[in-house]
Design a protein around this ligand. Structure first.
Ligand code: UGA
Length: 436
């Protein structure tokens, strides 16, 4: 099928390449010439495992092209909108400038029967407004939220755990849903749940999912706070409650908390939208979720300060990790980088290392020292702060290796990913999050 993907950021670039890899003829469109040039050369503008391969394959097959010319969308039967909806400057609500601009520029190129499939995360109510603008062209708007995780984006796009389509009522909606089923044919054929809803439900599914995940993380981090004053161990607590299938162990990783381009902004935008709807009390708890999450950053920094005797001034601190999570080079609202910046502000000589995110981190915070080499970061450090659980900092980093690099014997485990017994028996002071 001929498909256009408007917006070639994280979501759009992956979506375009993934759609080509399952056999569609795809044009990716973006206003950013540099991004388009890179993609057209087969270069992924960000680190995402598997993306370079499907980009190269799609381009070589001739099924995947990129352009800045919106007219190239003409002739596609489905037009995916994958532009960003960042947090508004000076507020919590989502900024819909890019979504509105994408729809405006696309309108003259739509034909009757086309489907416009919105994938961007938007405040509930947006789709029905956009539908009113799309309808006069004879095209149909559907809302098809995206649930991909960075680091697993290719797999999540090609083989999602569910597909959701918010459609208008009646035959027009049914036809549009059928067209989407055709787009996602490999997933549909293997029985992936395909849930057809109205617009509002589809929009809410997305924000509700992210709000739930954020709440789950903050719940366990709240338990970590209680563990810290009672001597309990939150990791054992998470294991124990996680055995209850109704609870489940995933996303109960206590530590420095969540970050990234989605969870933090989505819960804020949700709260802002609920307030507009006169229902702020329904999601007041999300403010708490946010506050708990931010307190964990303070806690990690405080652990380093306390372990170093009350001041980090002039002390060398190796910060292992800059990305908001492993398998990503994304530093948007990264708890890891935030902790590094705060320690720098307290006068520490901070050296940040990360296998993928150094360039992005440096652009945002040029005042910090960076090295791509873990051992160089650790060499001579008074304390180590592990904040992104890459394998090279967690699984493949032993206390013996660290001891050979520095006389410092303090390790703060911001992700509860290290083995306290191993570090302690090697003579290190180990400090976890919510662990004795
Ligand atoms: C999140 C959702 O998981 C996706 O389903 C969604 O599609 C995406 O947002 C989006 O809205 O586009 P992502 O931002 O890639 O995906 O990251 P997650 O894997 O959800 O992790 C978010 C943060 O939570 C990371 O900083 C991670 O370190 C942290 N986290 C995760 C914890 O602190 N503890 C955990 O147990 C799990």
């Amino acid at each position: 099928m001929r498909i256009s993907v408007i917006g070639c950021g994280y979501l759009g670039a992956v979506h375009a390449a993934a759609m080509a890899s399952i056999g569609h003829e795809v044009v990716g469109i973006d206003v950013d010439q540099r991004k388009i040039d890179a993609l057209a050369r087969g270069e992924a503008p960000f680190f995402e495992p598997g993306l370079p391969e499907i980009l190269a394959e799609g381009i070589a097959s001739g099924r995947l092209t990129f352009t800045t010319d919106i007219a190239a969308a003409e002739g596609a039967r489905v037009h995916f909108i994958g532009v960003g909806t960042p947090q508004q400057a000076g507020g919590y609500a989502a900024d819909l400038t890019y979504v509105n601009a994408a729809i405006d520029t696309l309108l003259p190129h739509l034909r009757a029967g086309d489907v416009v499939a919105g994938k961007s995360t938007v405040p509930v109510g947006t789709a029905s407004d956009l539908a009113a603008r799309v309808s006069p062209t004879g095209a149909t708007l559907v809302w098809n939220p995206e649930f991909l995780r960075e680091g697993w984006a290719v797999q999540d796009t090609i083989d999602p755990d569910r597909l959701v389509a918010g459609v208008p009522t009646g035959p027009e909606g049914e036809r549009a849903a059928d067209l989407l089923r055709e787009v996602f044919h490999p997933a549909v054929a293997k029985g992936t749940p395909f849930i057809v809803t109205d617009y509002a439900t589809a929009e809410l599914v997305k924000v509700a999912a992210n709000a739930f995940l954020a709440t789950k993380i903050s719940f366990i981090n709240a338990m970590a706070e209680i563990a810290e004053v009672t001597g309990a161990d939150v990791t054992q607590l998470a294991d124990a409650i996680g055995h209850d299938e109704r609870i489940g162990r995933r996303f109960l990783g206590a530590g420095i908390g969540f970050g990234g381009g989605c969870l933090p902004k989505d819960i804020r935008a949700f709260a802002a939208r609920a307030e507009e709807l006169g229902k702020h009390e329904s999601v007041t708890f999300l403010r708490e979720v946010d506050a708990i999450n931010l307190r964990r950053r303070d806690r990690a920094v405080q652990l380093v300060v306390d372990a170093l005797g009350g001041s980090v001034f002039g002390k060398r601190v190796a910060v292992l990790g800059a990305a908001f999570k492993p398998h990503s080079d994304d530093v948007r609202d990264s708890p890891a980088l935030d902790a590094a910046v705060r320690l720098h502000g307290l006068g520490a000589n901070v050296v940040v290392t990360d296998p993928q995110a150094i360039e992005n981190a440096r652009r945002l915070h040029p005042q910090l020292n960076y090295t791509a080499n873990r051992d160089e970061a650790v060499r001579g450090a008074d304390a180590i702060l592990m904040v992104t659980e890459w394998d090279e900092y967690r699984r493949d980093f032993t206390p013996e290796q660290a001891s050979a690099l520095t006389d410092g014997r303090i390790v703060v485990d911001g992700r509860n990913g290290l083995d306290p017994a191993a570090w302690r028996s090697a003579g290190w002071g180990y400090y976890g999050m919510g662990r004795p």
